[in-house]
Each structure stands twice: as C-alpha cells, then as structure tokens.
Design a binder for this molecule. Structure first.
Ligand code: ASP
Ligand code: MG
Length: 412
C-alpha cells in the first residue's frame, strides 16, 4: 500500500465524461488499497476563457483580481471530481488552496509555495478519504488568493508529494511519457522509461513542454519521484528520478534531443575589446526582462570583437532598440539580427563519462551540410544554433546518430 499524489491536467478533466473516467481510475487505485491525494487543473480551455473575460473589460486588470478570477477554474473541477467519486461510493473531500492551506508568497500570478499544512490531509487519509486539492492556487499571509503561474498545477502536485513524503507523484496528462524528442518531428522517437531531473530540466528548458519547469526543479530539490503518465492509455509512463537510481541509463550517452524554434540571433559588430563592454551591452537587456540564451564572443584580432547572443523571437526588435543606444556609446560598428535561427541540443548525463560526443554531433550535422553558427555546452548538454529551416533535418540526423531511433539501446 502506497501514498500517491496524482495530478490530472486540463484535458484529463476536460469534460464531465472525462471527470467520470478519472473517478473510475481513482476507484481502481483505491481498490488496490492505496492512499490518494489528487490535485487537478481547470477543465481544458477554462483558464484561457477566464483570462479572455477579463481582457474584454480591461487591458490591465490587477494581478490580485486575476488570481481571484483564474483560481475559480480549479474549484469547479475539485467539486465535480468529488461528486463523481461519491457516486462510486468512495469517500472524498475537496479543498481549495486556501482551505488546505497552501501558503505562498504574495507574487500574484507567479507565486511560490512557502509551506503546506498537511494536518487536514493526513486526518482525511487516516479515514480512508481521497483528498482532492485545487491545483495552481494558494493563499498569501494576508489571505489573498494567489496562483502559481501557467501550468502551476504540476507544481501543486509535486509540492503536496514533498510535504506528505508521498511514495510517488504521478502526473497524468495527454501524453504517455517523456520522449527522446518530439514525435511530431521524429516519428521514430521513443518513450523513455526513466530520465534524471537534470536531463528533464534541460529537455523542458529547451522546449519540451510536458511539465511546468518549476515542478521539476521542486521535485529534484525535494527528491520526489515523479512519473508522467497518460490518463487515456495504460502504461508505465516515464519516471523522473535521481541519477543514482537510474542505473539503466549508464550505457546511454544521449537520452534525448531538444530543440527550440523560437530563438533569434543578435550580433553587435565591432565592439571595442575592453573590460566591461559585454556587461554594458547585456545589462540593459536583462533590465528589460529579455532572457538571453546562448552568448558567444569572438577572440579579437584588431582590437574589436563581435558579441553574438540569442533571445526569444518576440524580443528581438526590443533588444535591437535597446542596444542601439548602448552600442553607439561604446563605439561599436553595427547591430545585426537574424530571427531565422533555431537551437538543437543533445542531452544526457551519460556525456559526463563519454568523450567524443561533440564530434559525433558535429559530424552528423556536417553530413547533412548543416552549418553550425554557435555552440554552447554544459556537463550534460551540447547545444548548437543553426539556420531554422534545417531544424527538422538536424533533429532527425542527431536522433539517428545517437542510436535513439532503433532498438539497439535496451531500456530494460
Ligand atoms: N489551469 C492552469 C493553467 O491553465 C494551471 C494548470 O492547468 O496547471 O495554466
Ligand atoms: Mg500542464
């Protein structure tokens, strides 16, 4: 008998029929004798609908009222799910974040969880009651309703699992696990049995949108075993775990290929090669809340250097206008931008102990005649910036080069 925290996402509870199907699933786990705490999202589309209503009235609603508004979506789901469980003769109680209580800081729309009171939950569990908690929401010290950012129900699930020291946090969603890469790009992509927290962060950070990144960070920090599964199709899903506990991955060098189409390249040409130049250029970019990803600076030959970095496509014009002033001040020659670039990364903890991974990657790209514009590495990742139109080709070539799309690498 185990204690599971299960999180059901928006599509999994997207209609009354689906809520009933989730209730059936929970009934099955109860029949096996498990204790269950369930966190749910709003029914699919509901959060967007609520945001739309506010926008019809105002282009600048206050964050506090937005939280009061969007938190209602999850409240509907917890009640409906409990009603469905009661119909099946299962004891269940719903709680809003405020009732639990899930205490957060006061940063509306992106609040962080500070503490979860588990007393009520424990008392219910000891009476064999399924506890159903509204995801995505909490309350601050002054009693204001807060929310955790889009996709925040994942974090509610993980935080509950950490606070309760649950045996596993199971995230039920519309995909049946984490894949070696996006199956829409590579049909031969395979579901991974296991992946480490670190790899998952690299995969998610690079645009694999299975879990809210913050929930993975949280799970890693508190060492909560996290499993992603489909609520529509039976299967083991993907376990996200610690490196030591993922022995089967040892022989695998690269676990997955991540990519991001939305990068744009900004180059400041002819920056005087003096201390502080990079700081002067990048500080106002950071101050404008523009996230900078890959940064490369050339070795200078003639006393000047080119500084190139990437930002999100949406930020490229803003970045240019910010830089124009600073660049003139610094005496740089010009600013060039190119929105048509993409990033492809190979990710794997196995890289730590294997040499030659980079050359395998670069050879595979060279064979397809794909030019590498920038390179960046970490201990468990090598990422390259390439021309966007070669993105799919690059991902497929790398997936093959690292043996991800055949059966040679056993997952057993
Ligand atoms: N309902 C919220 C959203 O759509 C939170 C979640 O589903 O995780 O972002
Ligand atoms: Mg989600």
């Amino acid at each position: 008998m185990s204690l599971f925290v299960q999180k059901y996402g928006g599509t999994s509870v997207g209609s009354v029929e689906r809520i009933e199907a989730v209730a059936d699933k929970i009934a099955g786990f109860k029949a096996q004798g498990h204790d269950l705490v369930v966190a749910v999202s709003a029914m699919s589309g509901e959060t967007n609908r609520l945001i739309g209503l506010a926008q019809e009235i105002s282009s600048a609603p206050t964050p506090r009222e937005m939280d009061v508004l969007v938190s209602t979506g999850e409240q509907v789901t917890i009640a409906l799910l409990c009603i469905a469980l009661h119909k099946r003769g299962i004891k269940a109680r719903s709680y809003t974040g405020q009732q639990v209580q899930i205490l957060t800081d006061s940063a509306h729309m992106k609040a962080r969880i500070k503490h979860i009171d588990v007393d009520k939950i424990r008392a219910d569990l000891s009476e064999d009651t399924v506890v159903v908690v509204a995801g995505f929401q909490g309350v601050d010290e002054d009693g204001n309703i807060t929310t955790l950012g889009r996709g925040g129900s994942d974090t509610t699930g993980v935080a509950l699992a950490a606070a309760l020291k649950a045996d596993e946090c199971q995230i039920y969603t519309d995909v049946d696990g984490v894949y070696t890469t996006d199956p829409r790009v590579v049909p031969e992509a395979r579901r991974l049995d296991k992946i480490t927290f670190e790899e998952m962060l690299e995969m998610a950070g690079q645009g694999s949108k299975v879990l809210q990144i913050r929930s993975v960070e949280f799970a890693g920090k508190y060492q909560v075993p996290l499993r992603v599964l489909s609520s529509f199709k039976d299967g083991p899903g993907t376990l996200i775990t610690l490196e030591e506990e993922s022995g089967s991955m040892e022989q695998v060098v690269v676990s997955g290929i991540a990519f991001n189409r939305d990068e744009a390249k900004v180059t400041v040409v002819g920056v005087p090669d003096t201390p502080g130049a990079a700081a002067k250029l990048l500080a106002p970019i950071g101050a404008a809340n523009i996230e900078v990803d890959v940064i490369v600076q050339n070795v200078s030959a003639d006393g000047t250097t080119d500084l190139t970095f990437t930002v999100h496509n949406n930020d490229v014009e803003k970045a240019r206008s910010i830089l124009e002033g600073v660049a003139i001040e610094l005496g740089a020659k010009s600013i060039k931008t190119d929105p048509k670039v993409a990033k492809v990364s190979i990710v794997g903890v196995g890289m730590r102990s294997h040499a030659g991974v980079a050359s395998t990657m670069f050879n595979a790209l060279a064979k397809e005649n794909i030019n590498i514009q920038m390179i960046t590495t970490s201990e468990i990742k090598i990422a390259v910036i390439i021309e966007e139109r070669y993105l799919e080709l690059a991902v497929r070539a790398l997936h093959t080069a690292f043996g991800l799309d055949d059966d040679k690498i056993s997952e057993e």
